[in-house]
Design a protein around this ligand. Structure first.
Ligand code: CMC
Length: 423
């Protein structure tokens, strides 16, 4: 067996080496503390493998992203969202019959519990849709308790989660604009149902534009999984306590909301608007982003794993051009985004640090073209990510190495001192 040698204070330790199917190599430190009495220090876990996973493969240096072995370029824009969700969770592309049955079940299980619908009335008018989504998903555990050892129960609750996340999202929007709720139909695809629930009125038939349905399918698939990102790691962290699937996934939704993660898509739009209103002075914003003492960053730029390009951003950039051309839309913010990208990519700071546009840079322009309001962007990310979170939750349940997740720390506080009470 290949091992790594570690020498601490003159003493040698042999640590086993683990190699993944794509040759990713890790040093197995599980016995480190017991044998050598030390721990590792890795804030942000940039060098820590928390699990073995067979779901998604990323090569950040080469800009490679694969779901269950399939390159993202062969899935996004080619598969329907429901098919890709099945692939993500069950590990293979469904047959035609399986696909039709699965799609039907996702719709039949997409009705929000009637008592839960009342919840929408009680959120503050200021509630962000991500706040509503996280709370509603968390509350699903009280409506749908399940037997964790029963596979049928688990599968039913998976269908509920994927089915209802889009209903909750659409209802929160309808509530905010004072429109009546619209329910999904079994003769519509997942993406078409979502668009219908967002934009139809009960007064007339709503025909979902095909190009919008296709664009939404592609967007959702691009966001479906990204191995151990912050929200997925959160889902794993929470479920390592044996908490239920709804509690685990709602924790993931809250992690996604942050603007360094999924919240970046909303922040990008705010930034592009600000740049446009401020005279399109790109250099000013690039310079601001470089300043150490300025909290401003170029939103939609940079990535923990991709150090070359983000393949999702590449697909999206082409898709934005295609969709806007097809719809006959000219969005001035697309010009702002492209100009900003060009200026940043020529700058030594961004070149040296290998900072490129990520998935959130162009996705907002596409959402805008679909008529999705800016505050719903991160909710769309969550709908796309749902099958990924579930796949990780499932994989974790069967992982023989599973232990409650509980990192260590290096204590840097006061040494022992004593409190003496005054007489
Ligand atoms: N603008 C300006 N400087 C940046 C940016 C940026 N967007 N991203 C990274 N840097 C700098 C950073 O200041 C650091 O500089 P230095 O070496 O001088 O200290 C260097 O690049 C390395 O960055 P880091 O912060 O150590 O990288 P990280 O892996 O910890 O963070 C990130 C990754 C995505 C949080 C970060 O790049 C960022 O904040 N980007 C903007 C927010 C964003 O677009 N988030 C979406 C991420 S992709 C989709 C998702 O996860 O939801």
């Amino acid at each position: 067996m290949e091992t790594a040698k570690l020498i601490i204070r003159g003493k040698e330790y042999d640590l086993p080496i683990i190699v993944g199917t794509e040759n990713e190599t890790a040093i197995d430190i599980r016995k480190l503390r017991d044998t050598a009495g030390v721990i590792t220090y890795d804030p942000g876990f940039a060098n820590t493998g928390a699990c073995r996973s067979a779901i998604t493969y990323i090569d950040g240096d080469k800009g490679v992203l694969r779901y269950r072995g399939y390159p993202i370029e062969e899935l996004a824009g080619k598969l329907r969202f429901s098919s890709a969700a099945y692939l993500m969770i069950y590990g293979r592309i469904p047959t035609e019959d399986e696909f039709l049955e699965w799609r039907k079940q996702l719709t039949l299980n997409s009705f929000v519990h009637a008592s839960q619908v009342n919840f929408f009335d009680n959120f503050s008018a200021l509630a962000h849709p991500m706040n509503i989504l996280g709370s509603m998903v968390s509350s699903m555990s009280s409506f749908y308790p399940y037997d964790a050892d029963d596979e049928d129960h688990i599968n039913l609750n998976i269908q509920r989660l994927i089915g209802q996340v889009k209903t909750i999202a659409a209802f929160s929007y309808r509530k905010s604009v004072g429109l009546p709720y619209i329910y999904p139909r079994t003769d519509h695809s997942y993406a078409a149902n979502f668009l219908r629930m967002m934009f139809a009125t009960p007064a007339e038939e709503y025909v979902v534009p095909k190009m919008m349905e296709n664009a939404l399918d592609m967007l959702l698939i691009l966001h479906m999984d990204h191995e151990q990102n912050c929200s997925t790691s959160t889902v794993r962290m929470v479920s390592s306590t044996m908490s239920n699937i709804y509690a685990s996934v709602s924790a993931g939704i809250n992690a996604l909301w942050g603007r360094l993660h999924g919240g970046a898509n909303e922040a990008v739009l705010d930034m592009l608007n600000q740049i446009a209103q401020d005279g399109a002075n790109y250099m000013k914003y690039v310079e601001m982003a470089k300043k150490k003492d300025d909290p401003f960053k170029l939103m939609g730029f940079g990535h923990r794993v991709y150090r070359n390009f983000d393949p999702r951003a590449k697909i999206l950039k082409t898709a934005v051009d295609d969709l806007l051309n097809e719809m006959g839309i000219h969005d001035p913010l697309l010009d702002v985004a492209k100009n900003l990208e060009e200026v940043a990519l020529k700058d030594e700071f961004f070149i040296e640090r290998k900072l490129y546009p990520n998935v959130d840079f162009y996705s907002g322009i596409l959402y805008r073209a679909l008529g999705i309001p800016t505050e719903m962007f991160t909710v769309l990310f969550a709908i796309g990510r749902m099958p990924g979170w579930i796949a990780h939750w499932m994989e974790m349940r069967d992982d023989p190495d599973l232990r409650i997740q509980r990192p260590r720390q290096i204590y840097v506080g006061k040494n022992l001192r004593h409190y003496e009470a005054e007489d």
